[in-house]
Write a protein that binds this ligand. Sequence first.
Ligand SMILES: [Zn+2]
Length: 289
Amino acid sequence: MRPRLSALCLLAVAVTACAATAERGAVASPAASTAAPVDSRVVFPQSVQQGALVFGKVPTGSTVRYGARTLRATPYGTVVFGVGRDETGPVSVQVVLADGSARDVAIAVTPRDWPVENIRGMPPKTVEPPPEIAARIEREQARVTAARVRDDDRADFAQAFVWPVQGRISGRFGNQRVYNGIPKSPHSGMDIAAPTGTPVLAPAAGVVTFAAPDLYLTGGTLLIDHGHGVSSNFLHLSRIDVKVGDRITQGQVVGAVGATGRATGPHLHWGMNWFDVRIDPLLVLERTK
Ligand SMILES: [Zn+2]
C-alpha cells in the first residue's frame, strides 16, 4: 500500500496551523457537540485494535490507572496508553475523579491478522549470533530499553503524526518474521522503503533520548521521546543529525535512511512504543487522518 501523498501533504499543512488546538481535538467524542462541559466527561473509545495507541479524556484532577501504571494527564485531561500486539482484551482503565468517585472503563480489543513474512538472505551471524555477539546485542538492547523508561509531561504525542519518509510500506508492524527459515520475534515496527540518504523527518515533536551510529542489529539507531511514555525509534540509519537531549520539532530532519545493522536493503524502520509496549505507527498515522 502506498501512503496517500496528497492527503498527507494537506495534513502536514493543517498540523502546523492547528498545533495549538491539536491536543484539545485529540479525543473524538461522539457527544462533543452536546452541552455537557468537556472537563466533566470521561471519554475512551469503546474498542481499539491490537497495537493501538489509545487516547482518553478525563476531568482535571482525576487519577487514571491502566495496568500497573498511573497515567499522566495533560492540562486538557488527555491520557494515553498502548495496547500490545498480543493483547486480547477487554482492557480496563480505572478513573478516580477529584471528588473521589470512581469509574471502571472497559475497552474491547479487536484482533488483527498477523501474516508470516519469510525473509531470506540474511547474513547467518545476524540471525543466530555467536555468544559474544549475543552478549553485545543484549547490552545494546538494555541501553535502548533504559531510554524508554522516561515519562515526560510533554504532550508531543497528541500532535497529528506525519510520515517520516515517503515510500512503500515494505514491512508491517506485528508480522511474524521468519529469517532464513528460523522463526523470530514479530516485526516491531513499520518498514518504509526509501533510498539510502533519504532525509528522515521527525513524525512529531520530541526529545532525543538515544542516538548510536552502529548497534549490531539495528545499525544507526535513534529514539525520540514524545512524552507520557510514547516514543519513536528509527533503525538502520545511514546518518544521525541530532544528539541526545536535543529538542526536536515535527518535520525536522533527524537523520537519513540506510541499511545498517540487520537489513536486507535500504529502508526506514519506524517503531513506536508506549514504555515497553510496542505499538503500530500506522495506526498512529491513521488516527488523525
Ligand atoms: Zn523493520
